[in-house]
Write a protein that binds this ligand. Structure first.
Ligand SMILES: C[S@@+](CC[C@H](N)C(=O)[O-])C[C@H]1O[C@@H](n2cnc3c(N)ncnc32)[C@H](O)[C@@H]1O
Length: 291
């Protein structure tokens, strides 16, 4: 099986229908924290443009839309782009949002100049050096490259919450029974996981930083069985296409496992904290540019 996901058109195939429902939310304070951290970025006082790269179903782009005059989301997955467009219309944001089906490696794609570029758990899927250099040139001087992700390594206790915790270990075991022990991704596998050293990549592309902000999560969440099934099927390593004709059997086994773990069908979870890392493009002169 080929290794490595770059340029893989199947990475998130079929996940769009499950993504928004299934994924645990970013920390509720994220838009406010980001607005604070970006204060002073040229053009970020509501009249700037946001480029959201690897936008998925528009989760980040739409939650941040009120901070910008215009938002452009880019993603190679047709299902994700369709979901983002639908949700934008449902929120009355169709007028200020634009959704472009393209890989980050195909930028700049005539999209113009931006104040801020966000990457919500997406940069590690890209040809990072190329994308960092392209996006640097699409940002205004002093503009911001913003990486947003669930805080890694966080242990959030679910003791004391009303329902059992989601049985992630057992789910992982079930996925491995169907798909094998090595992490799957699109048409290939990722035995070593996704690449690290984002800092080196961005420094080499001429960015300075990062400014790191952790937005606390920890809120109590109630999840039902459909939410958890959606969460599993939203992941690249257990995306629907990977199961082929065995998808109905996998889903039936998953639902049985969830029923055994919580006969009421309800689970308790805590929202993850969100880690934000902000990198800046060089400014023509030293010092922050006023808004
Ligand atoms: C984990 S999802 C994150 C979605 C969204 N940004 C969020 O924060 O919820 C990763 C997204 O990156 C997209 N992606 C993967 N490879 C990409 C590439 N080369 N260029 C642009 N987007 C890519 C996937 O299609 C998927 O929608």
């Amino acid at each position: 099986m080929p290794q490595g996901p770059l340029g893989d058109d199947l990475l998130f195939a079929g996940t769009a229908a499950y993504y928004r429902r299934g994924r645990l939310p970013y920390a509720p304070g994220l838009p406010g924290a980001l607005a604070g951290a970006l204060a002073g970025t040229p053009g970020s006082s509501g009249d700037g443009r946001l480029l959201d790269v690897g936008c998925g179903p528009g989760i980040l782009a739409l939650d941040l839309a009120h901070l910008f005059r215009e938002v452009v989301g880019v993603d190679p997955d047709a299902g994700m782009i369709a979901e983002a467009r639908r949700e934008a219309a449902a929120r009355g944001l169709a007028g200020k949002t634009r959704w472009v089906r393209a890989a980050a490696e195909e930028l700049p794609a005539g999209l113009g100049v931006f104040t801020v570029a966000t990457f919500g758990q997406s940069f590690h899927w890209m040809a990072r050096g190329l994308v960092a250099a392209t996006v640097r040139d699409m940002l205004r001087p002093g503009g911001a490259f913003v990486h947003v992700a669930d805080l890694k390594g966080e242990r959030l206790a679910t003791g004391g919450l009303p329902h059992p915790a989601v049985p992630y270990e057992a789910i992982d075991g079930l996925v491995k029974r169907y798909l094998g022990p090595v992490r799957r991704a699109g048409r290939g596998t990722l035995p070593q996981g996704t690449p690290g050293d984002e800092a080196g990549v961005l420094a080499r592309a001429g960015f300075s930083g990062p400014l790191r902000v952790v937005v606390p999560g920890g809120q109590s969440l109630e999840r039902n069985r459909d939410d958890v099934v959606a969460e599993v099927l939203s992941m690249s390593y257990s995306a629907p296409h990977l199961f082929g004709p065995r998808l109905p059997a996998f889903e039936a086994d998953l639902r049985r496992l969830l029923h055994d773990a919580s006969p009421t069908g309800l689970f308790s979870a805590r929202g993850p904290s969100t880690e934000v890392r902000i990198w800046r493009t060089p400014q023509p002169e030293d010092g922050p540019t006023p808004l």
